[in-house]
Ligand binder design. Structure first.
Ligand code: FEO
Length: 578
């Protein structure tokens, strides 16, 4: 999945902020928050042309607001909204997607309209509960759910999970033939122009946005496109950038072509589960996050709503699958219908992983596991059995299980790639020598470690170090902005046992420090008792470097255990793989 951490400047009201409203159909007003100078989105998504956050108000016999905006617009947005409608008469707030650039003002709207019913997918409502920390009325919708607003506004909802969060829905107004898609078909482009009159000005930003947010989920894009084929659409009202009216078929066709091309070539894992059953949603997020770290795409499939042909297509094309055991079928001893389709489709070349989400009477897991192994499928990680509420520790287990599965699928490809580099070049690269270090990091209840040699001092002022971290390392998720870590320097002649221990392949969720002597640093991370020296650091920068992140940390404190000790060095034969 795409990195979802916002950089600190996201929340500062800075740069030029303006607001535009326009009547886009009878009873429907677009409220566009124009963020002219925003230059960064998520961690590494640089913007050239700012962005907009688009919200929409429908005034029927019932009144509905579709999405809100970023919290930096609170004053501008709320005063405009109050001019457009008496907020005590607002009946629904439809949340197509909960990322803060669209739901950042949900809490503010609730303050002025506590009577409102928030409409969203089950996952969206769960996310909102943890965002607003107050009770609210809610209505969970799925594909096919409808909401009658009167004055010809009948809304139909379409589930579009994984675009680019698992919470996403589209809202279609049959009365005006407007499809509200939030992030999907959006672009980060800030302009007074309401819609797409001049497409060549928008093409580059439309493509960049697709590549960053939608391309990694190409199959999910294709599934969503299939689900909206039945609608007659005059206007696509996106959550970012201009509304798509004049060239809407062309924009949709671009998504289709790009996604078909992407889907043909990429390796992907299908993740079958039942949304909202037990803790399945949280487990699915953690497992898919772990798989995505390896560069393998993930397609989420809700067995409760997926059509048989969707399950069959995904199960037959996927390189592997993960199955969250569904509830036992209510029809006597028959297996859950989605599960039956899946079992009839999988084949011996595939890898798999199973989990139980603790929902109740699940389909039996262990007989299924044996059956799949007898068919010649390869288990990528031991079954995950969730007996109590999930915690950070179980998130880690799921994340690492997903990574194990992804690595199993990419191993062959990685080896083939490293063999394709000429032997002169790989040996020349191998002559770059480094020291040997152990990076340790703690966040909440989770602690991890990584043996590292790609480490260097990077600055004097402030004192800073840079380390390269493979994107599929478990510790990667503990090395984001603001995270703490310790750089332990290993000593020449005294590092082999540590190196041997941390080079082991750990099973998912395993304690890396069992049997290792450590004590706690001021920043909470483990210091290796036998380290020659250590530095306590905070992550203050990250740079995308292909299959690695370059993590820059400012050094807060440190000490040397032995003044005369020498740092262990690492000499490699080749520089194309570890
Ligand atoms: Fe995924 Fe525009 O937020």
């Amino acid at each position: 999945m795409v990195a979802l951490v916002h950089s600190p400047q996201d929340v500062r009201p800075s740069g030029r902020l303006t607001l535009q409203t326009a009547e886009i159909a009878p009873d429907i007003t677009a409220i566009r928050c124009l963020d002219w100078d925003r230059d960064r989105f998520d961690i590494e998504f640089e913007l050239q042309n700012g962005t907009t956050y688009n919200s929409f108000l429908i005034k029927g016999e019932k009144n509905a607001l579709i999405d809100t905006a970023h919290c930096k617009f609170e004053q501008l947005y709320l005063s405009k909204l109050a001019q457009l409608i008496d907020l005590t008469t607002l009946d629904y707030l439809i949340v197509n997607h909960t990322e803060p650039d669209h739901s950042g003002l949900v809490k503010a709207v609730l303050r002025h309209a506590p009577q409102v019913t928030i409409v969203g997918s089950k996952v969206a409502i769960q996310f909102l509960q943890s965002m607003v920390h107050q009770p609210f009325n809610s209505l969970i919708v799925k594909s096919g759910s409808e909401l009658e607003l009167g004055r010809k506004h009948r809304l139909e909802f379409v589930s579009a999970p994984n675009l680019h969060w698992p919470d996403t829905i589209f809202t279609y107004d049959a009365g005006t033939r407007i499809l509200f898609t939030c992030d999907v078909f959006g672009m980060h482009y800030c302009d007074d122009c309401l819609s797409d009159e001049v497409p060549h000005l928008l093409e580059a930003d439309f493509r960049l946005y697709y590549d960053c947010l939608m391309g990694p989920n190409a199959r999910a894009v294709l599934m969503a496109l299939k689900r909206i084929e039945k609608f007659e659409v005059d206007l696509i009202a996106t959550g970012h950038g201009p509304l798509l009216r004049h060239h809407r078929d062309d924009w949709v066709d671009r998504y289709r072509r790009w996604s078909e091309n992407q889907a043909q070539t990429e390796t992907f894992v299908a993740l079958f589960y039942v949304e909202g059953y037990g803790s399945s949603d949280r487990l699915v997020r953690a497992i898919s996050n772990g798989i995505a770290k390896t560069g393998v795409a993930v397609e989420l499939v809700d067995l409760a709503v997926a059509e048989t042909h969707e399950i069959r297509t995904l199960a037959s094309c996927a390189a592997g699958f993960v199955l969250g055991m569904p509830p036992q079928s209510s029809q006597g001893s028959a297996t859950h219908p989605g599960l039956s389709t899946l079992l009839a489709t999988v084949s011996a070349r595939q890898v798999f992983g199973l989990f139980e989400s603790g929902g109740g009477e699940d389909e039996p897991l262990f007989p299924l596991r044996s059956h799949l192994q007898e068919l010649g499928l390869v288990e990528a990680f031991p079954p995950i059995l969730m007996k109590s509420a999930p915690t950070e520790v179980t998130d880690k287990l799921c994340d690492e299980s997903g990574t194990d599965l992804g690595q199993r699928l990419t191993r062959e490809q990685t080896l083939k790639h490293s063999k394709s580099v000429s032997s002169g070049l790989d040996r020349a690269l191998g002559r770059i020598s480094n020291g040997l270090y152990l990076i340790t990091a703690t966040k909440g209840d989770i602690t991890s470690a990584m043996l590292a040699s790609w480490v260097t001092q990077a600055s004097f002022e402030p004192l800073g170090v840079a380390i390269a971290v493979s994107k599929d390392r478990a510790i990667e998720s503990l090395l984001h902005y603001g995270d703490q870590f310790v750089l332990n320097v290993l000593e020449e002649g005294n590092y082999q046992p540590v190196m041997k221990h941390f080079l082991k392949r750990f099973p998912p969720g395993a304690d890396r420090f069992a049997g290792v002597d450590t004590y706690q640093a001021n920043n909470g991370c483990p210091i290796l008792a036998q380290a020659l020296a250590y530095l306590e650091c905070e992550v203050t920068g990250r740079l995308d470097a292909g299959d690695h992140w370059i993590v820059y940390g400012t050094v807060n404190t440190g000490r040397v255990a032995k003044w005369e000790g020498l740092t262990a060095t690492h000499h490699r034969k080749v520089g194309t793989h570890y």
